[in-house]
Design a protein around this ligand. Structure first.
Ligand code: COA
Ligand code: MG
Length: 290
């Protein structure tokens, strides 16, 4: 499936060292999984997690869930071995943490180019440092790029912001990354909501991310999946409106007109592009869930 046509409503982090969670993920209705070798894995467990994860991915069982492996940074003592081990299994995507420049993506892309199993492998980037945010446009346009993951915890730390429910201190960074992702035609998913037992708070933050234009949200716990799936899917009302807009516009066109009116609002060609995207996304989700 084309990179942007597939849904990324729910993107669940799983510590690469946690065999129980690796097994559990096979049954969860998530659109994508980030198998983590970086911050969710303790230093002493790094080498073991690499092997555990490579074996689990090679064995498979994750169905249509898009599989992304978060590596340790290439400037750490584990990064190069992570890349070697994971590249050998030809992953769908590798996710690089704390990306600061397009050159970092280019270096990993050059390495993947030498591995035949990685012909289709995409690179995703964690956007979580001031330097990375300022270089977002160049990073998004780098070779093999498939998507951005907002690392809002690291970013808040680097910016020295305080937590606010409305995320006002982070909005400029989120929107710069959205601009860069959309300009380059790559996917972009929002940061995690730390209070994983607070369903109301999660829902508010999912809706904010959806309104801004994110494709979905990164998650840390299975209890968050259903809320993200609902928030980032077109609603039945969205689908109904899209169908009526398309029908009205086609009828107007048949009469030689360039605009239609639906529910008291003007419908032009550009609205039809959005309407068709809504229907395509609803169909892709239905196909995933069937
Ligand atoms: N992915 C898959 N399964 C998960 C999971 C995850 N991220 N988090 C929890 N589970 C599973 C547990 O294994 C448990 O499964 P079981 O019913 O088969 O035993 C079930 O969900 C319930 O888990 P629960 O007891 O409520 O949570 P916990 O106390 O075991 O774990 C966290 C809580 C936060 C430590 C855990 O959710 C986690 O590690 N999340 C990911 C953190 C991460 O990756 N951070 C890096 C990016 S921010
Ligand atoms: Mg981080």
């Amino acid at each position: 499936m084309d990179n942007l046509a597939r849904p990324y409503r729910s993107v669940l982090y799983i510590p690469g060292s946690n065999e129980r969670a690796l097994e559990k993920a096979k049954t969860l209705p998530v659109d994508a999984i980030i198998f983590d070798l970086e911050d969710a894995v303790a230093v002493d467990a790094k080498a073991g997690a690499r092997g555990t994860l490579a074996a689990a991915l090679a064995a498979g069982g994750y169905g249509q869930r898009f599989q992304i492996v978060r590596l340790n940074g290439m400037d750490t003592e584990w990064g190069a071995a992570d890349l070697d081990t994971i590249a050998a299994i030809g992953p769908q995507a590798v996710l690089l943490p704390k990306v600061g420049s397009a050159a970092e993506i280019e270096a990993v892309a050059a390495k993947l180019d030498t591995v035949p199993a990685c012909a289709e492998t995409r690179i995703w980037a964690m956007m979580e440092t001031p330097q990375g945010i300022l270089n977002a446009a160049a990073i998004a346009a780098a070779p093999r790029m498939g998507g951005f993951v907002m690392g809002t915890n690291d970013l808040a730390k680097e910016l020295m912001t305080r937590f606010r429910a409305d995320r006002e201190p982070l909005l400029t960074s989120l929107q710069l990354c959205l601009l860069a992702a959309r300009a380059a035609g790559i996917a972009i998913v929002d940061g995690v909501y730390n209070a994983f037992k607070d369903e109301d708070g999660l829902k508010v933050e999912c809706d904010q991310g959806r309104d801004m234009g994110f494709d979905g949200k990164t998650l840390i716990h299975p209890a968050q999946v259903a809320i993200a799936n609902a928030a980032f899917a077109p609603t039945p009302a969205d689908v109904d409106l899209a169908e009526r807009q398309i029908a009205a516009f086609e009828a107007a066109e048949a009469e030689g007109k360039g605009v239609a009116v639906v529910d008291g609002k003007i419908v032009e060609n550009l609205h039809i592009v959005t309407a068709r995207q809504v229907l395509a996304k609803a169909a892709a989700i239905a196909a995933l869930e069937s």
